[in-house]
Ligand binder design. Structure first.
Ligand SMILES: [Zn+2]
Length: 342
């Protein structure tokens, strides 16, 4: 039985639901993607050495700015920190600035921060995460807290922290392919789920803008991986449903890689809900097959991790073991791509 739960509103079209139901109720293996699948023995000599303490520190540094709500001083200061840190690992970094309109008509100055590892290489992989944090803790159990912005250690900080550490690792051990790290702003400024009337496409404003206006005209990547809420203790990343629909072969490859590395408990071979997240727009606008590694609660008690969109999404939410599982898996995936290009 497929559960539909969403970080944001369920926007999965009916035909998508039907297709996904068919795939999974029959227990069929998803068909291989046109690219990305790898024989088991590739990159067999590579041992990923993602440093979880370093990633943890990158998250703590972001959280120390306070809530990074688009348009605030903390957001601006953190953007400078992210740009500087990325640039310390790869020389080609750019900041894409834009003004977008939020669901409440607020005009937001946003910054997508883009690091290009070996931009001259035509064969590229996209890695992305959002770095902003939600302006309201609208899922806090305490009603008095719900108007406060969140610190977003896990929701915003963790994916970005993992990608900063991956950037550091790329500089130490070149996987032999091009990699773009795109940090999206304004993912989390969406309309509350219970507000009426519901408007379309109010979440993921940074990735919507980038997908319509990529940093390079005609930008292409072989596939993409989005990280969101990848830091909680004992996190579980079931196979998110849009990912399975748009990039089934990439999902298989990534989950198999995680299992081979001993991270099967984090990456269960189960279907999760469909989440309207940045990868949805990268898939539907830019047509780059992109998956989402996102924490969904396997018990169904909550949609995501325990402190999602609450004021308790702080550093206590972050466990280095989870960061390491995700970071090593993504690094291994990158290094597995190298031999495909020979
Ligand atoms: Zn969020």
């Amino acid at each position: 039985m497929i559960r539909f739960k969403s970080k944001h509103l369920y926007q999965i079209p009916a035909f998508t639901v039907l297709l996904a139901c068919t795939l999974f109720s029959c227990k069929q293996s998803p068909p291989p993607a046109s690219s990305g699948s790898q024989p088991e023995d590739t990159a067999s000599t590579y041992v990923p050495s993602f440093n979880a303490d370093s990633a943890y520190d990158y998250i703590a540094k972001q959280v120390a700015f306070g809530p990074r709500v688009p348009g605030t001083k903390a957001n601006l200061a953190c953007a400078v920190y992210l740009e500087t840190t990325l640039r310390s690992h790869m020389p080609d970094v750019m900041v894409q600035k834009a003004v977008v309109r939020a669901y409440d008509n607020t005009l937001l100055n946003i910054r997508n921060i883009i690091g290009m590892f070996h931009p001259e290489r035509s064969d590229r992989i996209l890695l992305c995460a959002h770095w902003d944090t939600r302006h309201i803790a609208d899922h806090d159990p305490d009603p008095d807290m719900r108007k406060n912005p969140i610190l977003g250690a896990n929701d915003g900080g963790s994916g970005t922290g993992v990608l900063l550490e991956i950037a550091r690792q790329l500089a130490l051990d070149d996987p032999g392919i091009g990699v773009d790290i795109v940090l999206f702003d304004a993912e989390d400024y969406g309309q509350p789920e219970d507000a009426l009337p519901q408007k379309e496409d109010t979440w993921c404003l940074g990735s919507q803008y980038w997908s319509k206006n990529p940093h390079k005209p005609g930008y292409k990547a072989r596939f993409g991986i989005l990280l969101d809420m990848v830091g909680a203790k004992n996190a579980t990343f079931p196979k998110e449903e849009y990912s399975v629909y748009y990039a089934p072969g990439i999902v298989s490859m990534v989950w198999e890689t995680a299992s081979r590395l001993g991270y099967g408990a984090f990456f269960p071979d189960r279907l999760g809900g469909a989440v309207t997240d940045d990868h949805y727009y990268v898939n539907t606008i830019l047509r780059i097959p992109t998956i989402n590694i996102i924490h969904q609660d396997m018990s169904g008690a909550k949609p995501f991790f325990e402190h999602w969109h609450t004021v308790k999404d702080n550093m206590e939410s972050i466990d280095p073991l989870t960061l390491e599982a995700v970071g090593n898996t993504v690094l291994m995936v990158l290094h597995q791509q190298k031999k495909k290009t020979l």
